[in-house]
Design a protein around this ligand. Sequence first.
Ligand code: CTP
Ligand code: MG
Length: 230
Amino acid sequence: GKCVGLIPAAGSGSRMGAACPKQYLPLLGRPVLFHSVAAMARLPWIERVYVVLSPADQDFVQTDWRGLVDKIVPLYVGGESRAETVRNGLAAIGHDLTEMDWVLVHDAARPCLSSNDLNRLLSTLQDDPVGGLLAIPVADTIKRASTDGTVAVTVARDMLWQAQTPQMFRYGVLRRALASGADAGITDEASAVEKLGMAPRLVAAQDNNFKVTYAQDLLLAEQVLRSRGL
Ligand code: CTP
Ligand code: MG
């Protein structure tokens, strides 16, 4: 099937606490969102990149999209939660897709996604009936807390992974997974797919692909992109 990107970009960036949503903060002279979109749009096997924006978004049209305009389509249907944003985006692009086509959902706030990782995601999943996601093994020791702030238990970390994006799923699977509208506890697409009883495949990311959440993350993102010659 064909592959399209879907970028939820309707968040407000409350943890960043900046004057504008974090996806529009400057990074090497372009908004963070530009880099996240470009990371997908530069690959020839991704036919189109849909960017799901808040209906109130004023910044997308102010952005210089030169070099990407042929592939990107803004959709002003963002919702209150990430799951709602993705669900609305999927509804808006359905006329263009079959059940078995691939949708790669990628955070607007992950500008450092590498072509290597994206290509490996595709090559690992292309024959899979469901899909999967980029992720990295947990590096730190993980504690589960008691309500009083003491350690209840140390969790064996050897089978724990940190989920990233893109999360790549068959259009039909993803549409069904998000259909219920019960978004509580759905923080990524994979968790919705898991609730259907399906098992998304974990694909180990090899390059830095962290999410820009706090101000210091922007400095690191700049270093990472510079080191790749971007
Ligand atoms: N997102 C979205 N619609 C929402 C909430 C989030 O499209 N209603 C998007 C964000 O724009 C971001 C991605 O989902 O690209 C990951 O979310 P997160 O990092 O939590 O971004 P924000 O919700 O904007 O940040 P915060 O939680 O700090 O407010
Ligand atoms: Mg959020």
